[in-house]
Design a protein around this ligand. Structure first.
Ligand code: PGA
Length: 249
């Protein structure tokens, strides 16, 4: 019932020409795949170009990497949900660990952003994950559960498809190290139980849970073979044509 979701997080990479070539190629190599969905989350300056390239393909979602919770006003440097909708976005990454670590993102700001996205019918991809130190202290479940409560308590949704969660152990992002599919799946089960407490069991069963952290064509199948991992949020490996192999796992 949960359609696999493979999302590309380009971070602060790519120019217009390279982006066009990459997306054109991906549309040929993977946009026709049945029974799964993909997302491309480029930097803001590429959204309008990519919107044209993915137009008419409902299984390909255009996404942003962040947004502000107000609709408009004197917020220099920010972008809003209505603006992202205007350029064709359907998803938005919220609370990526790089934003939490470098740009002051907190559970409180994530909560406001998630609520604003949902209000405007943008699907938030809320990111959670523990640091290496927390992992070594056996705090993974505690950290991710508290991040979920912090960003989602009080949120009203009626369907699990309105929300996506990405579990990204921070020590696995961009390092070439990955969690094992078994360990990641256990964390996903904890996340799903927490979602059932916050919302209800039916909604929790519909929310897609993505694994992120050094996902590559060689390791995606192992994650997708588990019971509770429904997709991936991919950084480095999404900048190459071989991202198609991840979508076509
Ligand atoms: P990575 O990044 O695939 O390069 O590890 C994942 C992410 O930060 O979303």
């Amino acid at each position: 019932m949960r359609v696999p979701f493979l999302a590309a997080n380009w971070k602060m990479n790519m120019g217009r020409q390279a982006a066009r070539e990459l997306v054109q190629g991906l549309m040929e190599t993977c946009a026709q795949v049945e029974g799964r969905e993909m997302a491309i989350c480029p930097p803001f300056h590429l959204l309008a170009d990519i919107e044209k390239l993915v137009e008419g393909r409902p299984q390909v979602y255009l996404g942003a990497q962040d947004m502000y919770w107000q609709d408009s006003g004197a917020f220099t440097g920010e972008i809003s949900a209505p603006m992202l909708l205007d350029v064709g976005c359907r998803v938005v990454i919220i609370g990526h660990s790089e934003r939490r670590a470098m740009f002051g993102e907190t559970d409180e700001t994530c909560a406001k952003k998630v609520a604003a996205a949902v209000k405007h019918q943008l699907i938030p991809i809320l990111c959670v994950g523990e640091s290496l130190e927390e992992r070594e202290q056996g705090l993974t479940e505690k950290v991710v559960t508290s991040q979920l409560h912090g960003a989602l308590d009080g949120l009203e949704i009626s369907d699990g498809r309105q929300l996506i969660i990405a579990y990204e152990p921070i020590w696995a992002i961009g390092t070439g190290k990955t969690d094992t599919p078994q360990a990641a799946n256990e964390t996903m089960q904890t996340l799903r139980q927490t979602l059932a407490q916050i919302f209800n069991e039916e909604i929790a069963q519909g929310v897609r849970l993505l694994y992120g952290g050094s996902v590559k064509p060689e390791n995606i199948a192992g994650f997708m073979a588990t019971s509770d991992i429904d997709g991936a949020l991919v950084g480095g490996a999404s900048l190459k044509p071989s991202f198609a192999q991840i979508v076509n796992y």
